[in-house]
Design a protein around this ligand. Sequence first.
Ligand code: OGA
Ligand code: ZN
Ligand code: ZN
Length: 423
Amino acid sequence: MAAKNLIRRITSCLFSASSIPHKANLASINRPSSTACYVGIQENTNRLIVNWKDNLIDEYPLVWLRDNCQCPACFDQSSQSRTINFSHFQVNQKFKHLAITKDIVEVQWEDGHQSSYNLQWLKQRSFLPKEQQGWLDANKAPYNTWNANYFKSIPVLDFKAVLQDDETLLDWLHTLDVWGVCIFKNVPHSLGQVANLAKRVGFIKKTHYGEEFSVQAKANATNVAYTQGYLQLHTDLPYYEYKPGINLLHCYIQYKGMGGDSLLTDGFKIAEWLRENDPGAYKCLVETRVTWSDVGQENGNRFHKVHHAPVICESSDGTIRRINYSQPQRDSHMAVPIDQVENWYRALKKFYDLALDPQYLVTFKLQPGEMVTFDNLRVLHGRTAFGENLKGERHVQGAYVDWDEARSKIRVLKANKSNQKYL
Ligand code: OGA
Ligand code: ZN
Ligand code: ZN
């Protein structure tokens, strides 16, 4: 294709030729489509270039294009899965010919294989950092942290609505993703409601305490939660590598006297505060691996769970990802260099004191007919003591749901809403 032609096509799209990177190396020029005014292959970078009508320029590595060929030999439509045999795959992909008809880009590869890509499909898979971030955020909403004051504005939803209506279900899961906590009213006065809610998402995450578990004061309790004592702020089950993601607690019977109140603190808020105001303590809590454990017997089955993980876990990009904290379930084994022990205790004390600070700690008494749901990877929760000598009834029924199931449901509900097969 002559350079003269290239300039004419570019200028007819009302942006300057200089906005096309390395135009001299463009190997192929094609007819404008309804959404793109220019598509070509840049040989020095081995990338497909798409110049959209909104002036954005997307680039796609040829190796990625070949890997994502949508033809029946490379991609199985019924399972929506890549089937291209990777043992025959060439990383250095060379193209022979490029064509565009309407909104379909057709690439003929050097080995004769033919691939076609819908432009809209390509646009949704942009490599531009802003577009990539948008897609990542749609898959996992960025979180908003809260303190005791802000907590009052966190949504309260109707339980009957969440069981029947997908919009409320999405609302709930989105609230949990962003705020980490959501309360339900109008929960029927019968056991099994946590399971009903879990079924709306997918299924319950079973642990050694069962699928649904009853938090009631019992003689010879297998867990300190099953007493009438003060339950210090904690996250549940830090001794699981695959720690259950979402905690559902239905207040079936509340203690009639003083006590039995719920305590909640946003663990991400505390971690963020430390990161900003006491980076040394933050670093120590991120870098020190703690041994969490739970040992005992439930329904005749003995268990001994152990997991090593810091109190504050970060993702590889430095995002706060998971909080582990439970005073009763921190092992006395401490595989930490001896000269770091005191420093770590100081940092942990700071973390816990902050979590209890009235500025961050929320206290409320759940009533029968209410259910509190929260992100167990993020929110610290606890309970004030109630009664003594096993007198005075209180019964909370609990269950867990994993974030994998919840995020999957969020995607499915969003796709349904926008009439798409998949997001
Ligand atoms: C638990 C728990 C809270 C409550 O069982 O882990 O935190 O209100 N229970 O009893
Ligand atoms: Zn193919
Ligand atoms: Zn708990």
